[in-house]
Design a protein around this ligand. Structure first.
Ligand SMILES: [Zn+2]
Length: 234
């Protein structure tokens, strides 16, 4: 009878909830649920986000995280965890998904626009994610570190899909941090990180373009007028 009742209970649990997989976690998975949830709510509160969102850890093995438009739920999948080395990196993933969540709250037409131009909203979520990280006390360089590990470099045909090429996302995030939060690059906790070093190696040309855009080399003829100016300033 006891066995039958246990069997019945398992049957009811398995068949009743659509996110049974997320909610009924085994004991060993519970700390991951707690971690994802705590980081998620910390980011919402620190950014004074007044929209409700919920956070779930799923034991499905996809290398992914997702924001669901109808339920405003952020899900981090177990398959992503081997790619995560510290709390800043998991915060980067969650911040990207919260940024999508904010767009979902912006209403029906925003969701239609997201469907028509998914790449634009992927880029936007990366950059908005950087802001959310900084406001919550996380190091935004972790966005570069984690994207360098998980974002593939699609071929020409694959690149017609929903996500921009990995290198494009990486240099956009780098440029955003460079222009808005340069202190994180000057005093960089990740400078010896394997995956950040690889980003530096593979992004030399892109970073040089960014550097020139924000700090154009002053032509020699202009240097004189600079010193003239400082003379006047005295
Ligand atoms: Zn996304």
């Amino acid at each position: 009878m006891k066995k039958f009742l246990i069997g019945l209970f398992v049957f009811i649990v398995a068949s009743s909830a659509c996110f049974a997989d997320s909610v009924y976690l085994l004991e060993k998975d519970a700390p991951n649920q707690q971690k994802v949830m705590k980081i998620g709510f910390r980011i919402l509160n620190a950014n004074q986000i007044e929209n409700r969102m919920t956070f779930f850890y799923s034991t499905q093995n996809e290398v992914n995280a997702a924001a669901y438009a109808r339920s405003k739920t952020i899900v981090v999948y177990k398959g992503l965890l081997p790619f995560i080395d510290d709390e800043n990196e998991i915060a980067a993933v969650i911040c990207h998904e919260i940024a999508h969540g904010l767009d979902y709250f912006a209403g029906y037409w925003r969701r239609v626009a997201m469907g028509f131009n998914p790449k634009k909203y992927e880029r936007k979520a990366d950059l908005k994610g950087v802001d959310l990280m900084v406001n919550a006390g996380y190091n935004p360089v972790a966005m570069i570190v984690v994207l360098n590990k998980i974002c593939e470099e699609p071929s020409y045909f694959e690149n017609g899909g929903s996500h921009p090429a990995g290198s494009e996302r990486l240099s956009a995030v780098y440029e955003y941090i460079y222009s808005k939060y340069p202190a994180y690059l000057a005093d960089n906790d990740y400078k010896n990180n394997l995956y950040y070093q690889n980003f530096l190696l593979t992004s030399k040309a892109a970073r040089e373009k960014i550097r020139q855009k924000y700090n154009p080399v002053v032509p020699v003829s202009n240097k004189k007028s600079d010193s003239d100016k400082s003379e006047q300033d005295k």
